[in-house]
Design a protein around this ligand. Sequence first.
Ligand code: TYD
Length: 138
Amino acid sequence: MKSTDFGRLFEFQVFGDEEGSLVALESSKNIPFEIQRSYHIFGIMPGARRGFHAHKTLKQLAVCVRGTCKFLLDNGSEKKEVSLSNPRQGVLIDPMVWHEMFDFSPDAVLLVLADQHYDESDYIRNYDQFMKAAQERL
Ligand code: TYD
């Protein structure tokens, strides 16, 4: 992976009319993997920061379907900050990208799509371990 490729931002097609808007997310169509799981994060306390981990193999795509939030993404050699401010956008979280989510608006609902079922053994929760593993891969 080229270092600039991570944290890709997606702009989804919106089907809209005068009555409202609709975004459809489909495996291997506008989502670049087969979706096996979704979860959503909401009711985040002011000032809270979440994440603080990377995944060894999991691919995820996050959409802030309501409100706003920010991501810090770090592939071990480069860091990026990405803001999600509307439900038409999504950010790809590749394997071996350390991520932290912050600046959640009080109404934020963050939907995350994932290509594997939940597996605690896929997490790297220690930043030093992540840096060591990431630098071996780059
Ligand atoms: P975690 O991934 O640590 O959340 P965050 O990155 O937002 O801080 O998960 C928090 C808890 O939820 C943890 O006990 C594991 C559990 N969990 C599941 O059971 N299934 C899931 O799909 C996810 C993402 C978490």
